[in-house]
Every structure is written in C-alpha cells, then in structure tokens.
Design a protein around this ligand. Sequence first.
Ligand code: CS2
Length: 487
Amino acid sequence: MSDRLRLSTLSRVPAASRPRITPGEAGAGIVHLGLGAFFRAHQAVFTEDAMAAAGGDWGIVGVAPRSVTVLEALRAQDNLYSVTTLAAGGRSARVIGSLAGLRHAASDPGAVVALIADPAIRMVTLTVTEKAYRLDPATGRLLLDDDLRGDLETDRPPRTVPGLLIRGLAARRQADGGPIALVSCDNLPANGHLLRGLVDHLAEATALSGWVRENVTCPGTMVDRIVPASTAETLAVARGELGVRDEAALWGEPYRAWIIEDDFPAGRPAWERAGAVLTGDPRPWERLKLRSLNGVHSAVAYLGALAGRKTIADALTLPGMAATMRRFIAEDIAPSFTAPDGVDTVEYGEEVLRRFDNPAMGHRTVQVAMDGSQKLPQRVLHAVRDRRAAGATPRWGALVVAAWMRFVRGVADDGSPLPLDDPLAGVIRARLEKAPDTPPGLVDALLGLDSVFAPELAGDEVVRQLLVDWLTDFDRHGVAATLASAA
Ligand code: CS2
C-alpha cells in the first residue's frame, strides 16, 4: 500500500487534517499563475475555506510557469498537499483540496491560453514575483525585451506572463468568454493599478483595448503570510503530522491576512467567510505592509546575512538588531505615509517583529535577500524618498540600503560567500568590477542603477553621504558591531 498522500490514502490522515471540502467536487473557476509556496499556503487556503463556508465552483487550476518539480509532486498526489502551521504553542497540519487542476506554461502555453478563454474561469490570480511583470522597478516603464515583443508581435507560443495574459484575453474575446478579473497577489505597490497599466498597455499593442476596458478588472490586494521555502525537515514534519508522505508539503506561520479590492465582474468566492477583508481601496494596507513588514524583513535579511546569521529569527537576536528595527519603523517608516484608519504603524511593527521571531520556521536570510533590485524600491526606497521630500534625514532607511549594497558584493563579514540571486546580478557585478572597492566607489556605482534608484534619490547628496557613512562603519567595525552601537 502506498504511503504517499493522495485521494486513496486520505482516510489515513487524521480527520482534523483532511481538506474542508471534497477534493475535485467543485468545478474550476480560477486560474492561478505561479505555483509557489506562498500561493499554496495563502490564497489556496482562503479559497478552500470560502468554498467550505459558502460553496461555489471556485476550484483553482494552478499553472507552473517554468519549474516542473512542484507540479510533478502534486500530480502524483491527486493535486493534494499539506500546510503545517508552526505556532509557538505547537503545530498543526491540514491538507488542502482546492486545486482543481495543473498546467505547465513553458511546455504547454496553449493550454493556459485556452483556460483563460474558458467562460467557466472567472478570474486569473497571480503570484509570479516582482520581476515577471517586466516593469522597471524605479520608473514603472514596461521592459520590452525580445521575449515579450515576440509574445505581442508574432503568433509563436507566449513565453512571458504578460504574454500569456494578453493571448488568453484575446482568446477569451474570440470565444465570447465574458468578463474576468485579473488579480495580482504579488508584493508590489498598488498591485492592481500596476497590473491594470500593464494590461492596458498590452491591449493597446494588440488592438484589444475596447474589449479589455469593458470586460477586465484588476482588483488590488494586500497579501500576507510568512511561508519559508520547504526543506527536508518540512517534509519530515508533515509526514509525522499526516501519517503519509507529502512531497509538496509546506509550512508557514499562523498569521494570515488578505485585503482585496471588491471588483469582480464575474463573481468571486466568499472569501470574507474565510477571514479576508473585501474593501474599496486596499492601497493603504499594501503600503503599510510593504514598508513595515517587507521593508523590515529585507533589512533583517541583509544585515543578518552579512553578520553571518542564517535565519531571520536568529538575525533578530543580534545585539542591537531589534532596537535598530524599532527606530527604523518609528523614525523612518511610520512618518513616511498615512496608515489605514485605526492602525498604528509602530504597534503593527511590534507585531511584525514578533512574527519574525519564530525560530521553528528556519526562514533563511538569503531567501528574503534575493531579488533585492526588484524589492528595494517599494520596500525601502519609497519611504526614504518620502522622508527626504519632507526634509527629514532617513538614517535607518539608509542603513538598510547600505546593507544591500554591501550584500551584493557577495561576501559576508566572516569572508564566506553570499549568493547574488537577482535579475540584475550581471549588471550589478559589471558595475562593481569597474568601481573602486571603497564606500564612495560602491555607493556611486550602485546609485547609478537607474532601474532601482530614481533620479531624485540618486542625486541626493544627503542620502549619498548617509550611505557612505554606514558603509565606512561596516568596513571599520563589521555589521554586527555597527548594529550593536547603532540605536
Ligand atoms: C519576504 C516575503 O521573501 C520575502 O521577500 O519578505 O515573502 C514575506 O514573507 C511575505 O510577503 C509575508 O507576507
């Protein structure tokens, strides 16, 4: 008898850990692009709970853009997988049954296009990470490379996410598939507006504007749950909880939040029954979360990795780290924007620090550190820019930017290598090779990255000097000692 999680072995899973709906019963209503851990531990869980509470054909067809690893593991398990919640008081696992199908975009883009055209599908949700939107992080301009150009100008199968979307929409118009919502669930500022701008641009290039204006909405969302990449330990823990082997097991924190702009022309799951908040404008929440959670996350990741700490929880125990993060939140982040009604950013920040302090998750600093060129603008630089516009000196924001600059050099303070996993890695390395390896040399080389630093920041002498000062401290004392005396 197989010991693998699948429909036929579900009866061996403890009752409390079984899906809250009958897997496969609901028809598919959602296509999701991006089969990563975050989506499976967040939207897929909310959607299962919504269907359990209120029904509806909102099964999700999950699309893996490139990698087949997760897809194959899920296929072998009848689309089932588990999420183990790691709380201070213990853990609990549940199997999720809201995946109604799987597709692989790279090998079968036509199947994805056909799905988007299918009238039964009423929304496409996305967790494809910042870089897949092909927008310049500093300016928001569309990066029209050969792949995307080919998706727009030729008939060959689409290769990019924007290409899949626009071909899917064209096919939907052709098939009279009716209105549809495209929902970005990525950590981007005003993600709904951003996706809208992208889709409008693509629609114009493909003569689809009229139909898109009438039939497509792009609700914005704020998504939140810390879901570290799975490890062998995640799988071992899941096996212990479930009694069967789950090769697609995930784990995450107990906290989860989803704030969604309620703009769905063809209906939606009753997500409010699952704890999500439907609202008219999620942007204040997005800004709060990007600057106060993700900004601090990136800060702890860069500073911690440089100081030799492997996990976020461990990095937080560095002398001075928590105190420095509190000052970053109180002095640079909180005054940089208007919090949503009833929210105190400093208190929110305290909760964020408590959430990061979850050693069971083993969340790796280098995981959060990846793709910094895509993350830094909305997480840290926008707050720095807004504080400068108010005439303030954002010392702590500059500390984080300086840590990123030191991080991309690729060496921790103890001499061990740090990975530069970033779409701009080549460009960054080329700049560093040409620049003197001194604080001013590093700052000038990296401030010149115009897709990261907008001109008003790159040309700001106060910011430049703050960066040089912090990097000089790092050189002289190392990051750990700098932190210990910073706040
Ligand atoms: C993290 C996020 O890896 C990262 O960049 O900051 O994935 C973070 O864990 C989530 O946004 C939390 O909601």
